[in-house]
Design a protein around this ligand. Structure first.
Ligand SMILES: Cc1cc2nc3c(=O)[nH]c(=O)nc-3n(C[C@H](O)[C@H](O)[C@H](O)COP(=O)(O)OP(=O)(O)OC[C@H]3O[C@@H](n4cnc5c(N)ncnc54)[C@H](O)[C@@H]3O)c2cc1C
Ligand code: FES
Length: 295
């Protein structure tokens, strides 16, 4: 057997070979309630892994399968790998129930990630619908580690109800580091209406756009959420609010299998979302959309 096979770093670089890491901690972000599925953040052994924000792992449970999950912690910090998982179906539910000490398999990191070096000196607008905040959290955290390199940071986060908003325990810390937060929920409750801090509304995420006073010519908007949210938000920002299409960047969650351009599950026109993406500019998405909807 060659030395490379035993080297965990060599194993990490091999996209075919899952590596097995232990769960260090698990935090319930959103409890299952009514139509809401449980959302859990797993903290996993780092084991020498490095990644770009916006990349993902194929995360698996032996005997059940593996699924793509975005990395929601920064590589630039010597901290565990964070995966925020919504219990949507078979594999994600098993992952969300993993307890400290139990094993998870990881292949990757995969995908292109966000070009955050190219955005230095720019204002950043984060637009996150529901669990779409999970991949953007990794990016936001990475940006906050280099806060002085970026201009204003505005975060719009929306969900179906106040109960479905993600990471409320981190909001005060983000705001203390200069993140301007605005919240939207489809349905409020008595408690929601009693608070005005962070500023909040009842309505779709797009109804927060008039509150954004960034200059589109020197800003980048980064979007993640349900496909319809991304489509409608990009259209609104580009057509009604003057954002150049190349300054709108979205990360897609297409159905995937292999994650390495072999199975064709994620193919849109001539682009592999798993390798060419999952991060695309809106002008790229529009070019695909003329032939086949990428949403
Ligand atoms: C690049 C990428 C990053 C992702 N990041 C995260 C993340 O950080 N956290 C997270 O919770 N989920 C994330 N997802 C979605 C996650 O991969 C799916 O929820 C998962 O594949 C469902 O698998 P399952 O076996 O649990 O459910 P299944 O039994 O396969 O399906 C359960 C339900 O989920 C739907 N579904 C399956 N795959 C997807 C998908 N890709 N997008 C939307 N719906 C799907 C099915 O149609 C079905 O209705 C990401 C997907 C991609 C492609
Ligand atoms: S997931 Fe297999 S080709 Fe992209």
């Amino acid at each position: 057997m060659s030395a490379g096979v035993l080297d965990p770093r060599a194993a990490a670089a091999d996209p075919w070979r899952p590596r097995v890491v232990r769960v260090l901690g698990a935090r319930e972000e959103i409890a299952a309630r009514g139509a809401t599925r449980a959302v859990v953040t797993l903290q996993l052994e780092r084991d020498g892994l490095a990644w770009r924000p916006g990349q993902f792992f194929e995360a698996g449970v032996w005997g059940a399968g593996e699924i793509p999950i975005s990395i929601s912690s920064p590589s630039g910090l010597d901290a565990p790998v964070h995966l925020t998982v919504r219990a949507a179906g078979t594999v994600s539910s098993l992952l969300a129930r993993r307890a400290p000490g139990e094993a998870v398999s990881l292949r990757g990191p995969m995908g292109n990630g966000f070009p955050l070096e190219a955005w230095e000196g720019q204002d950043l607008l984060f637009v996150a619908g529901g669990i779409g905040l999970a991949p953007l959290r990794g990016l936001l955290w990475e940006v906050l580690l280099r806060r002085e390199r970026y201009g204003r940071i505005v975060l719009l986060h929306g969900a179906r109800s106040p109960h479905d908003l993600l990471y409320p325990w981190q909001w005060d810390d983000w705001r203390a580091r200069g993140v301007e937060m605005r919240l939207a929920v489809d349905r409020g409750d008595g408690e929601w209406e009693r608070h005005a801090d962070p500023p909040r509304i009842v309505g779709f995420l797009t109804t927060l756009f008039p509150l954004v006073d960034l200059d589109p010519a020197r800003s980048v908007a980064i979007l993640c959420g349900p496909p319809i949210m991304i489509k409608v938000s990009c259209e609104e920002l580009a057509r009604r609010r003057g954002w150049p299409e190349a300054r709108l960047v979205a990360t897609l969650e297409r159905h995937m299998k292999c994650g390495i351009g072999k199975c064709g599950h994620c193919l849109v026109v001539d682009r592999w979302v798993c390798m060419d993406g999952p991060v695309f500019r809106y002008d790229e998405l529009r070019a695909m959309d003329r032939i086949e909807p990428p949403w």
